[in-house]
Design a protein around this ligand. Structure first.
Ligand code: SAH
Length: 346
């Protein structure tokens, strides 16, 4: 449990013997000043000491490693959770905005072959507060370096739509309490159809990214095992329902794997799925992971694949890789210290 698992009422109950405004000050400290209770100079020292000793207000994430790349523009934290599991969070500064990539589970049960998190297996769901605390700590770090955190992507460890019960309240708090725009929050899924339907029914207009990687069932069954449960036809129907309900553009994530899903036929199949939905395609050259000795598509052919999609009328961008040398890039989060890679970085 995290201090960010407490509701406003529960904070009030913790300070029930004090005037109501003390609870408001504590709330303001946690959600607006992004501070530890002990740091709140608006409170008398004796109260700060009392709050500092309350187990309910202790932080849930203990940083065990913080690494920096891209000249300080990428920061990755390895956090230990209560229970000993480890998760990772990545903060990325761009010229005009800053994005945090948060984990929603310790490990992941989806077992995608090319993803380091999948290779490590599932440990447990994160609580709402553990997710929120990652955002708060990143927002605090951004603020200290003169930036403002304004985007949250659920693209760290775990499958957010397999933990929607806890993920969704964290999204509501990111928007309602931390004040970020819903349209700056992105949930990424391997294709959990019931989760997509639940999102379609929510009034908050967050973004949906679908990690597609293959546009035929034979290949997708191999790359993304959940496809056996929700094959492409079902997944595309769910995307259609989502689009109809929200009118928000969906994005498809496509990790380009050398000679696996980067051929002309793959571009044509992908276009056939993306065009009817007006989906945007994000191309990610495969990042190396220890358990998948296959290479990413070389840069020249990445460009070619994007151009081919463009000729077919599909809007596609190549995502710039961030933090690869500190294993903070897409699919490299494994909740452990860096390991030796068996695949060559290209
Ligand atoms: N489970 C969700 C949330 C994680 S998002 C999902 O998969 O969508 C992490 C993104 O990185 C996904 O798009 C995933 O497919 C992609 N990815 C995983 N392994 C990768 C790798 N080795 N190289 C590049 N992208 C990868």
């Amino acid at each position: 449990m995290s201090r960010y698992d407490l509701s406003r009422d529960e904070i009030g109950e913790l300070l029930a013997d004090l005037p109501r405004y003390r609870a408001d000050q504590l709330w303001d400290g946690l959600y607006h000043q992004l501070a530890d209770p002990e740091e709140l100079t608006t409170l008398p020292v004796s109260l700060r000491e009392r709050l500092g000793a309350l187990p309910e207000l202790a932080p849930a994430l203990s940083p065990s490693l913080r690494t920096i790349a891209d000249d300080g523009d990428t920061v990755k934290w390895l956090y230990a959770l209560e229970g000993g599991q480890q998760i990772e969070t990545v903060l990325m500064h761009h010229p005009r905005h800053s994005t945090v990539c948060v984990s929603s589970q310790a490990g992941c049960a989806m077992d995608c072959s090319f993803c380091a998190t999948g290779q490590a297996g599932f440990s447990r769901h994160l609580t709402t507060g553990e997710i929120l605390e990652q955002v708060v700590l990143a927002a605090r770090e951004a603020r200290l370096s003169g930036r403002r955190l304004n985007h949250v992507v659920f693209m760290g460890m775990g499958e957010p739509l397999a933990n929607l019960k806890r993920v969704w309240p964290s999204v509501q708090a990111i928007v309602g309490d931390l004040g970020l725009a819903a349209r700056h929050v992105t949930l990424s899924t391997v294709g959990v159809v019931p989760g997509i339907d639940r999102l379609a029914a929510e009034p908050l207009q967050v973004n949906l990214a679908v990690s597609l990687h293959a546009a035929n069932d034979a290949l997708r069954d191999r790359l993304v095992p959940l496809n056996r449960r929700y094959p492409l036809a079902k997944l595309m129907e769910a995307c259609g329902r989502y689009l109809e309900a929200t009118h928000r553009r969906i994005s498809f994530e496509w990790a380009l794997i050398d000679e696996v899903n980067d051929r002309a036929a793959d571009a044509r199949e992908l276009a056939a799925l993306a065009l009817p939905l007006g989906a945007h395609v994000n191309l990610i050259p495969l990042n190396p992971t220890p358990g998948y000795p296959v290479l990413g598509t070389p840069p020249g052919r990445v460009r070619e694949f994007r151009e081919r999609l463009g000729e077919l009328g599909v809007n596609a961008t190549v995502r710039r890789t961030r933090g690869r040398e500190i294993e903070a890039a897409c699919g490299q989060l494994a909740g452990s210290r860096p390991v030796t890679l068996s695949a060559r970085a290209n």
